[in-house]
Design a binder for this molecule. Structure first.
Ligand code: AHR
Length: 560
């Protein structure tokens, strides 16, 4: 089964050390490693004179869909809950997310968006209608899941709740309009609800009655979702027509609205080329700020199948080859960005439109969700931490192309930052990567060249390789951040790190690693995987640093 068909229907083992002389700390670390590290087998060159572009904070975005346990149980616990909350919103999640400086927060879907009427989530909660949730009939539901808001949407969480959540966490709202089952007029009136000045329109009055007199000033609007699949099963030409109709003459209340088109599924360049060509026939490229790309890492079969269900693996129990297969899929992001960008440039010659990777992450088979109401819920291990770091580094290296991105999804669904059920709550390894990497935001990405030995593994009895080290560097004044993932399961990579065109004054950092590559956090053991500070000894240029196997590292390099 193909994805399109589906849609239509640490306890860290320690850090390493900087400098050329090995201290006892390093010897201790090396003695823990399964194999001996090769000496300086890797070179990292950071070219401070070759800026790529400013890393948009919007890249650090999240995704909140009315799906399984994301909204109900994850974020929304209700105003009368004993679970600590801020007006019904889970407080522990707000506090933790805020710390990571979230970028765009996308809502209400996903596929759910094209079935959602925003009016259902407005007005007194007791009077809000109940409707069948888009995901009710999904084949992936765990056994014996009872009926509830996850199957029959109760609309207790609506637009004003989502926008309050954004305000409380510091995230920037990004709302996906319903293009498949509502009209353009309904979309305009949703914009009115969010943005029209107090007292000017009936939707503004409804907003005031919901407790929010002043406009929310929502800038980012998605025009449908996966319009090639659950969002209407359109051809690119049909969708281009709909896109023009939806984006023409939207009331803007003095703001420059940023519209995002529903882009391709992975490598579907045909969708991108044909949509851009059709849109440009009416010179409508100016009505688009971003072009959405979705890319999930899911197929760990090593080429045995492309079946959407058969190809998936388990989130917790995986052999070594599945580790490499999944991370290799994530590494495809690099070529996906380049390929779509090049096709967009054939028509959008000055590259006015940015890429918005508004769904990315790992997708495993069901079975590790923390509650049976959490459709598509899964655990997040060290493998997911690597996937997150590798992907964020890829976005940084394409800072001039990627305007925003959203990992799927925030809590209790796919590659989440949090798991939550009733009063239980834990941060995942993926959360820690977002936290470690946050300081890249607004910094200038600079060209970083990494050469290191590839990692070898057996892929269906055939030898295969993937690049072991992946990373990016950014500069903000004299503060440089270098982040690196080492995907190799057995070998540390001792690297010479040269910062070209600058002198190093001081270095510190943090590292996420675990003695067991399957390590993850649970409600019973919520701090099993956590970053550790890195000890720094000798400062010189080039630095020497040994990246532990299966780890994510951030080095904070202070320049003179
Ligand atoms: O994130 C889960 C689903 O995956 C989204 O609803 C949809 O857009 C995608 O196919």
């Amino acid at each position: 089964m193909k994805r399109r068909e589906f849609i239509v229907g640490a306890a860290a083992t320690g850090g390493a050390i900087i400098g050329t002389r090995r201290t006892s700390a390093v010897r201790n670390w090396l003695s823990l490693m399964p194999t001996t590290a090769a000496a300086a087998d890797t070179r990292i060159e950071i070219l401070t004179g070759e800026p790529i572009g400013v890393i948009a904070p919007e890249i650090y975005g999240h995704f909140v869909e009315h799906l399984g346990g994301v909204v109900y149980d994850g974020i929304w616990v209700g105003e009368n809950s004993k679970i600590p909350n801020v007006g019904g919103l889970r407080k522990s999640l707000i506090d933790a997310l805020k710390k990571t400086k979230p970028g765009l927060v996308r809502w209400p879907g996903g596929c759910f968006a094209d079935s959602y009427d925003w009016r259902d989530g407005v007005g007194p909660r007791a009077k809000r209608p109940r409707h069948t949730n888009f995901w009710r009939d999904a084949a992936e539901w765990p056994k014996d899941t009872p009926d509830g808001p996850w199957k029959y949407e109760t609309n207790q969480f609506g637009t004003s709740d989502f926008l309050r959540f954004c305000k409380l966490t510091g995230g920037e709202p990004y709302i996906a309009a319903n293009l498949r089952s509502l009209s353009a007029k309904d979309f305009y009136q949703w914009v009115e609800y969010c943005n029209s000045p107090a007292g000017t329109t009936t939707p503004a009055d409804a907003r005031a009655a919901d407790g929010e007199r002043e406009p929310f000033k929502v800038r980012y609007w998605g025009i449908g979702n996966e319009s090639w699949g659950c969002g209407g099963n359109f051809t690119p030409e049909e969708y281009a027509g709909e896109y023009r109709r939806f984006t023409a003459w939207v009331p803007n209340f003095g703001m420059r609205l940023a519209f995002v088109g529903s882009g391709p599924n992975g490598g579907d360049l045909d969708w991108t080329r044909r949509f851009f060509t059709k849109l440009n026939e009416r010179r409508a490229l100016g009505a688009m700020w971003g072009w959405a790309l979705h890319h999930y890492s899911w197929n760990v079969s090593g080429g045995r199948t492309t079946d959407w269900r058969q190809g998936k693996g388990d989130a917790l129990n995986y052999p070594d080859d599945e580790w490499y297969e999944l991370l290799s899929q994530a590494d495809l992001m690099d070529s996906l960005i380049n390929n779509h960008w090049n096709v967009m440039g054939e028509i959008d010659r000055t590259h006015r439109v940015k890429l918005v990777v508004d769904e990315w992450g790992s997708w495993y088979k069901p079975g590790t969700e923390v509650d049976n109401t959490h459709l598509l819920g899964q655990q997040s291990t060290m493998r997911d931490a690597l996937l997150a770091g590798l992907t964020l580094d890829t976005f940084h290296r394409h800072a001039e192309k990627v305007g925003a991105a959203n990992i799927a999804q925030l809590v209790n669904c796919l590659q989440s930052l949090f798991i939550a059920h009733e009063d239980k709550f834990a941060l995942t390894p993926t959360y820690h990567v977002f936290d470690m990497y946050a300081q890249h935001q607004k910094a200038n990405s600079v060209r970083t060249v990494i050469s290191s030995p590839a990692s070898s593994y057996m892929r269906n009895a055939q030898p295969a390789t993937m690049r072991s080290l992946n990373g990016s560097a950014s500069l903000q004044g004299k503060a440089m951040t270098l982040t690196v993932t080492n995907a190799d399961l057995k070998n540390s990579r001792e690297a010479e790190i040269s910062v070209r065109g600058a002198t190093i004054k001081a270095v510190r950092g943090s590292n996420l690693a675990a003695s067991d590559i399957h390590a993850h956090n649970t409600f019973a053991d919520p701090r099993r995987v956590e970053p550790k500070e890195i000890a720094v000894t000798q400062i010189r240029n080039p630095l020497v640093y040994s990246f532990p196997p299966a780890s994510v590292t951030r080095l904070d390099i202070e320049l003179v």
